[in-house]
Design a protein around this ligand. Structure first.
Ligand code: IYR
Length: 224
């Protein structure tokens, strides 16, 4: 390896293999209880919990460790209202034709439509932005690499962290999403990647049967 500044890996924990097996199963069981929820309660969630989950997302690996992401965590009712209005406006166009027949057919089993009341009701909306230019220092303007992959991994970490903290989540990708740049006052260097809704599920929350059908290990993996 080329010479570079480094530290010994000192925080790796080696578990006995029976414990590894138990841990791998425990996470599988816990993540099997993660569901996309479309009915949220307005019960408050302290900001510190959201901050810690975003810190966890910030530990994701990224191209050249440039960390090409920015998270805007919104609890302000006025901003949430603006997000809802804009998202519903775009969603109406989507559901009234822009999506096309095949896409609408694919969404039928989820029961979704253009109405997104949870965008106002849930305590937190987290707008995730990817950054075209950046670097290891926040003010850098170098090329970022594998931006989509990096932000996707960070988003996965964030969803897992929120679930682990005891929160329900929903990924939302209104199309187009550029209105989020305006509302969140983010520059042209950033692209709205996804909106995550986080909070407690409402008492009437349901899971579509369609979403409970998961592919088996044989279908999703090959061992050679
Ligand atoms: N963004 C729309 C439509 C939608 C698209 C997909 I792909 C989904 O998995 C779910 C919904 C909406 O949120 O309704």
């Amino acid at each position: 390896m080329q010479e570079h500044d480094s530290y010994p890996l000192s925080d790796f924990i080696e578990y006995p293999q029976d414990e590894m097996l138990a841990r791998s199963k425990a996470l599988l069981d816990d993540m099997s209880r993660r569901h996309s929820v479309r009915s949220f309660s307005d019960k408050n969630v302290p900001q510190e919990i959201i901050e810690n989950c975003i810190r966890t997302a910030g530990r994701a690996p990224s191209g050249a460790n440039h960390q090409p992401w920015h998270f805007v965590a919104i609890s302000d009712p006025e901003i949430k209202k603006q997000v809802r209005e804009q998202a519903e406006l775009h969603e109406r166009g989507f559901y009234e034709g822009r999506a096309g027949e095949e896409w609408l057919e694919a969404l039928k089993p989820l029961g979704t439509d253009a109405q997104k009341p949870y965008l106002e009701k849930a305590p937190w909306l987290i707008a995730i932005f990817s950054e075209k230019k950046g670097g290891i220092n926040a003010e850098d303007k170098n090329t970022n690499y594998y931006v989509h992959e990096s932000v996707g991994i960070a988003t996965g970490f964030l969803i897992t962290a929120l679930h682990n903290a005891g929160l329900a989540t929903l990924t939302h990708t209104p199309k187009p999403m550029s209105f989020l740049n305006k509302i969140c006052q983010r520059s042209d260097n950033e692209r709205a990647y996804m909106l995550l809704i986080a909070g407690y599920p409402n008492d009437d929350a349901t899971i579509p049967h369609h979403s409970t059908v998961k592919k088996s290990i044989d279908e999703i993996a090959t061992f050679k």
